[in-house]
Design a protein around this ligand. Structure first.
Ligand code: ATP
Ligand code: MN
Ligand code: MN
Length: 301
């Protein structure tokens, strides 16, 4: 049903709908960015973000007193989040059911920001069928001291190995230290198959090049290597969502990049919440068209 132009013009904008209190409160002390600036960032990138974040169970990183004070991971509604932060019941291991959170609007994002949220993390499945994963993430975690060149090269090598298996993948800078290699998948396989594929893929890489890669979480075994964190692909795990801000120094954001850009990157946090306009322009560029989308199925191995 078409919306009349005058009705569309009269509709309140999301920044008018969701009142952000304490806009001047400093959330990022090192750069001075405020809660108001964080909210404005999210208003600007909401359409980009929702393409990846909408209708996924999410976890929030909330830092009500700013990123330098206590922050906490939140999976469930503790009250007060708002009417656009929806609930989806999910079966727990113990047989019970818990309500998880999901969003489908800029309004929902802003209601979370109003409650002190900085980061948004998402499941690898969507809220209309949480038992069917639809994206695989290889989270590359370099040991301290490894250069970003090596992380970038690792991501490109993983892309090539995935391509050998017929899978298209995409790169995202986490806004922290590493790169996430994202593999969109059609739904149809189980969590067991999802996790098993991710584990075997990571283990095969570390077996082939044990000096470069490890597939075990242990920090001791990571010395001088990159941990291919395949554990993001378990039921209930999350990964930071594209365009989420990070509760880290400089107010960086997780940013999708084109494969040919990775070589020029010096670190995983080149963009901050101060650069919404640049991010929107980038997202419209040819090299980022279709980022994160592909119709493909997990191959039988
Ligand atoms: P970096 O590039 O610096 O590693 P990252 O976002 O990949 O940034 P990780 O520590 O590797 O950070 O974590 C990967 C993902 O695991 C996060 O994006 C988050 O979704 C999830 N995660 C991390 N810590 C927690 C936690 N304490 N509780 C729940 N989930 C977490
Ligand atoms: Mn990581
Ligand atoms: Mn990790």
């Amino acid at each position: 049903q078409a919306v009349k132009p005058e009705a569309a013009a009269a509709a309140p904008k999301v920044e008018e709908e969701v009142a952000i209190s304490s806009r001047d409160r400093v959330v990022f002390p090192d750069g001075g960015q405020t809660k108001g600036q964080l909210a404005d960032y999210y208003v600007a990138v909401a359409p980009l973000m929702l393409a990846h974040a909408a209708r996924r169970p999410i976890s929030l990183v909330r830092c009500p007193q700013g990123r330098a004070k206590k922050c906490f991971f939140q999976k469930h509604d503790s009250g007060g989040l708002g009417d656009a932060v929806h609930h989806v019941p999910i079966r727990e291991k113990d047989g019970g059911t818990e309500d998880y959170l999901y969003l489908d609007s800029a309004r929902g994002i802003l209601q979370c920001v109003q409650m002190g949220t900085i980061e948004f993390h998402g499941w690898a499945s969507r809220s209309d069928d949480v038992e069917l994963p639809d994206r695989m993430v290889f989270d590359l975690d370099p040991d301290e001291g490894l250069g970003f060149d090596e992380v970038g090269q690792a991501a490109r090598d993983i892309r090539a190995r995935l391509s050998d298996l017929g899978l298209v993948s995409f790169a995202m800078l986490s806004g922290g230290k590493g790169v996430h290699v994202v593999v969109p998948l059609e739904r149809g396989h189980s969590w067991d198959a999802h996790k098993d594929f991710a584990r075997r893929f990571a283990e095969a890489l570390s077996l082939a090049e044990p000096d470069r890669f490890t597939a075990t979480m242990s920090k001791a075994k990571r010395k001088g290597k990159i941990f291919i964190d395949w554990l993001r692909n378990q039921r209930g795990s999350t990964a930071v969502l594209p365009y989420s801000a990070r509760a880290r120094s400089g107010a960086p954001v997780a940013v999708p990049i084109a494969w040919n850009e990775l070589k020029e990157m010096e670190h995983a946090h080149p963009y901050s919440i101060d650069q919404a306009e640049a991010l929107i322009r980038r997202a419209r560029s040819k090299s980022l068209q279709g980022w994160g989308f592909a119709e493909q199925r997990l191959p039988d191995l």
